[in-house]
Design a protein around this ligand. Structure first.
Ligand code: URA
Length: 228
């Protein structure tokens, strides 16, 4: 990839600004100053620095975030902090997308990736990727009722029948629920269908990726070896 494009992709500036920096000897590749913007970078092998700092580059980034309540799953929001606001250097330089949103008051596992195919695999209900939630409800509840077929409203107020979930009861008020889709307020609506109310919701896994419980709320880490 051309050096100027590589740096622009990583948000080091506009192509013009970057060309000036390259001409001004602010960029090295494998320890050598490069002054030609058209220089071809081997994005896997080459070590690039910008103004003296090492550049972190990878084609595919996958991050696990422990979302706290009060933060929204959107790219930008004038009012609230977003999950992307929690991501710092070097990962905030990549075009990360949220693989399955959570409500503002829901906590737990959020995956972020710049890989469109991976994103699709995670969020498409047909891909057999279960999203598992820890659910606490207001009053006594027989969670096995959720295994019956029933309809709820999706985000656009159309009725839909959730695909068969998995349920693991903890006690009368708490259980784990694994669902394949991620429709608007789906877990809350499934519980409301049975005249109960979710009082706490936390996503604990997506497919075979479990939330690392040692991650404090608001913290994230890169997942290096994964298969979903
Ligand atoms: N279901 C919900 O109701 N809310 C979430 O945040 C996730 C799933």
């Amino acid at each position: 990839m051309r050096l100027d494009r590589y740096l622009a992709n990583l948000k080091y500036g506009t192509r013009n600004e970057i060309t000036k920096k390259i001409n001004g000897k602010k960029v090295t590749v494998n320890g050598k100053i490069i002054t030609d913007s058209r220089y071809k970078v081997d994005t896997i092998k080459d070590k690039v620095t910008f103004e003296g700092l090492d550049i972190y580059y990878k084609e595919t980034i996958l991050l696990m975030l422990n979302k706290p309540s009060g933060v929204i799953s959107a790219n930008k929001d004038g009012l609230h902090k977003t999950v992307l606001d929690l991501i710092g250097e070097p990962f905030n330089r990549f075009d990360l997308k949220i693989a399955g949103r959570l409500d503002i008051d829901t906590e737990g596992l959020i995956l972020l990736t710049n890989d469109g195919k991976l994103l699709h695999k995670i969020i498409s209900p047909n891909k057999d990727v279960y999203k598992k939630y820890y659910v606490k409800v207001e009053s006594k509840f027989d969670s096995s009722k959720l295994l019956n077929e029933f309809q709820i409203k999706d985000g656009r107020d159309y009725m839909f029948t959730p695909l068969l979930p998995k349920v693991e009861e903890i006690n009368d008020n708490e259980f784990y629920l694994s669902i394949k889709e991620g429709k608007f307020h789906q877990v809350k609506r499934m519980v409301e269908h049975f005249n109960n109310k979710v009082v706490y919701l936390k996503r604990v896994s997506i497919g075979n990726i479990d939330l690392d419980e040692s991650l404090e709320k608001g913290r994230y880490k890169e997942i290096i070896d994964y298969e979903i």
